[in-house]
Design a protein around this ligand. Structure first.
Ligand code: CP
Ligand code: NVA
Length: 308
């Protein structure tokens, strides 16, 4: 069973092949209308279930459209409307769903839910974000960086703010794609020491710096994310803002990275909190390319999982 659960659980050769497939499929669609079918229809006859226990715009629409472009069909399910949200176990849900569909994508809270789904499903399971990781996003981000700047291997990526789920997938990607990673944020929002230790044990050059200005020096890519994630208590909002104010990505900060540095944000953003609109809409920003590439990267991930 080929699941796509995390970037550190898929080998680098397969990850590279996913990016190559995504680029090839994107190029092949260059002049297509958005609703047009691909010339290849590898998902014909396949049914894909998209389960959401948290809100989503990009993940939901890009998986749905991507499946249809490849000839497959989808059903978008809200966890709250399923028996899953009313006490049925994940294991039973996984076994039942496997009788009906060929592939399951799930966005959920606890990583344990994803892992249990994968353990008991007899069809591939894709991680559409958990509290711990967001691997599909980072596959799109790697694709986006390389489209603009060539191979990411050996480049310096700087993450500002919260050491959250999206950051954890960047840590995994640093190990698999061979780039250097710097985290800069307040001590209380630092990534877990175990994550850093594990990355270093695999040879990843990963640094933690308190001062954002020295951290972004020589950066090839500057990345941030929302200061309050979907799994964080909303009561944390004011405290988070106080802790993170100094880590806002603004033009002054970007000017200290390399002149050709790119800016990324997975979106949705809170404009003028974690990043200013000048940066988000500025010449170094590739935020909407990242969003577009969710579609292409995930189409390649689905093909990888289904072996089609
Ligand atoms: N970046 C991302 O996953 O966006 P959505 O929450 O809209 O899916
Ligand atoms: N870290 C954010 C990412 C949203 C796509 C969250 O989990 O809410």
């Amino acid at each position: 069973m080929t699941h796509f659960l995390d970037i550190d659980k898929t080998n680098p050769v397969q990850l590279r092949s996913i990016i190559d497939t995504a680029r090839r499929m994107k190029d092949a669609r260059a002049n297509y209308a958005k609703g047009a079918l691909d010339s290849e229809q590898p998902l014909a006859g396949h049914m894909v279930a998209l389960i959401f226990e948290k809100p989503s715009t990009r993940t939901r629409v890009s998986f749905d459209v991507g499946t249809r472009q490849m000839g497959g069909q989808t059903m978008v399910l809200s966890g709250a409307d399923m028996q899953l949200g009313h006490g049925e176990t994940i294991a039973d849900t996984a076994r039942v769903m496997s009788q009906y569909v060929d592939l399951i994508m799930i966005r959920t809270f606890e990583e344990a839910t994803l892992l249990e789904m994968a353990e008991y499903a007899s069809v591939p399971v894709i991680n559409g974000l958990t509290n711990r990781t967001h691997p599909c996003q980072i596959m799109a981000d790697i694709m986006t960086f390389e489209e603009h700047r060539g191979p990411i291997k050996g480049k310096k990526v700087v993450w500002l703010g919260d050491g959250n789920n999206t950051f954890t997938s960047f840590v995994h990607a640093a190990g698999q794609f061979g780039f250097d990673l710097t985290f800069t944020g307040p001590e209380v929002l630092e990534p877990a020491q175990s994550l850093l230790d594990e990355a270093r044990s695999k040879g990843v050059n990963i640094e933690v710096r308190r001062d954002p200005h020295t951290a972004v020096k020589d950066a090839d890519l500057v990345v941030t994310d929302t200061w309050v994630s979907m799994h964080d208590p909303q009561s944390a909002r004011e405290r988070r803002h106080n802790q993170l104010r100094g880590y806002q990505v603004n033009e002054d900060l970007m000017s200290q990275a390399k002149p050709e540095a790119l800016f990324m944000h997975c979106l949705p953003a809170h404009r003028d909190d974690e990043a200013t609109s000048q940066v988000m809409d500025g010449p170094q920003s590739v935020i909407f390319d990242e969003a577009e590439n969710r579609l292409h990267a995930q189409k390649a991930i689905m093909r990888h999982c289904l072996g089609v």
